[in-house]
Design a protein around this ligand. Sequence first.
Ligand SMILES: Nc1ncnc2c1ncn2[C@@H]1O[C@H](COP(=O)(O)OP(=O)(O)O)[C@@H](O)[C@H]1O
Ligand SMILES: O=C(OP(=O)(O)O)[C@H](O)COP(=O)(O)O
Length: 491
Amino acid sequence: MMMSCRVVGGQRVRGGRRAMNAAVVGGSSATVAGFSCSSATSTCCVGSSQGLLSSGASRMMGSGLSRFQRRQANLIRRGAKLIVEAAKRSVGDLSEADLKGKKVFVRADLNVPLDGDCNITDDTRIRAAVPTLKYLLDKGAKVLLTSHLGRPKDGPEDKFRLNPVVPRLSELLGMEVGKVDDCVGADVTAKVDAMADGEIVVLENVRFYKEETKNEAGFAEKLAANADMFVNDAFGTAHRAHASTEGVTKYLSPAVSGFLLQKELDYLDGAVSDPKKPFCAIVGGSKVSSKIGVIESLMEKCDKIIIGGGMIFTFYVARGLSVGASLVEEDKVELARDLEKKAAEMGVEFLLPTDVVLADNFAPDANTQTVSIDAIPDGWMGLDIGPESLKTFQDALGDCKTVVWNGPMGVFEFDAFAAGTVGIADTLAEISGKGCCTIIGGGDSVAAVEKAGVADKMSHISTGGGASLELLEGKVLPGVAALDETVAVSA
Ligand SMILES: Nc1ncnc2c1ncn2[C@@H]1O[C@H](COP(=O)(O)OP(=O)(O)O)[C@@H](O)[C@H]1O
Ligand SMILES: O=C(OP(=O)(O)O)[C@H](O)COP(=O)(O)O
């Protein structure tokens, strides 16, 4: 099984699954994913100008021009109309003979929401990892399962340990799941050496090492040291070029996609590459600095953009309003100002809440009041959109044919601030029933629609929020680009 995509035309090819997909039609030129081809100058070379060079392509470069590149160059020289189809290899391409007894390093996104007592409040991401794990285990592989959890700042912290994942995964797989309290080093080696075929062990949170997010080569090499091959099934983290998503591909071969990653890319690419209109993106949540930048690209694609959650206050500050103790990213205020201006210039319907629900502290039993956005008192923080805003947003969604939602409208984990999120979830469930394509992405957003009891009404529940948005933007996802590809050329 492979992910395949056919792109025709001398266009730049962008996007996760298509990161290594190229198309060259004679007489045009294209620069795509590390392949730079121009029939006009009769040249065809491999380079990393797009920053997308896969490990497979790197290996090809190491040995000079590959047979594929030579054939491609010859065909172009002859003026042939050439179609190149490239696709990422999938775990399904690996047989029992490939896997039995092999140590497989699997990167999943097990970054599940936890309550204050470290209980899992939504297990979607664990369930989503199961098909790949079952496949590997059934074929006799020894599985080293790794993930991050949250954003630990300075080494190991108990609240970020992957321990809560182990019993749930054990239930889902129907077998014992081991655990090591580290992800590299002697303890891992000892545990792996003692594993029988068809066993699985969860390694500790990779982000306990700062080298993970810095994608340090030495750390990636250590992660890879205990394994023979790599399967990336972490769609939710595929937009991060980290040691366990991108770095390890330089040390493990094959490096292939898991079933979840494949499924997500197949669905999302199809749905957002040519979306039915009107197309609306809803962006909220608390990861303001990592998601506010996406909005500019969304304007190119969307007819409407709805902003909610912790994102809104940076926009209000940009308008000169007081926001009390609400979440603000000071260094994004200028960007927020530009975004509102650009939306107006482009004629994109850009909806920000007009009222908010405030709390006097960040707690489920805080005192609350609902005010207009120009009347937020000092010391109070906005934790949900208000009822007037919800109504406006629901009306705007009414005629949409495609909606992508990442980031809750408020702190839905506290009942007092869940109304905005639940209201949007209900509306999306309703318009899904009328033929609108609704895509919900992100650990907390999915948890919110699950909590609202409408997850099964949505067109697609995605395990990645930021990753879906970047895919929608047309960006290459480094965790995908780094995987091995299969290539087919026809003329
Ligand atoms: N106004 C707000 N202030 C602070 N946090 C908020 C606010 N609105 C939403 N949140 C929080 O945002 C979090 C989810 O954000 P994010 O991680 O960006 O979403 P996702 O996981 O769906 O991608 C939730 O835990 C929610 O409590
Ligand atoms: O929860 C995640 O992203 P999401 O909130 O955008 O869905 C992923 O696990 C990535 O986490 P990160 O944004 O800390 O890199």
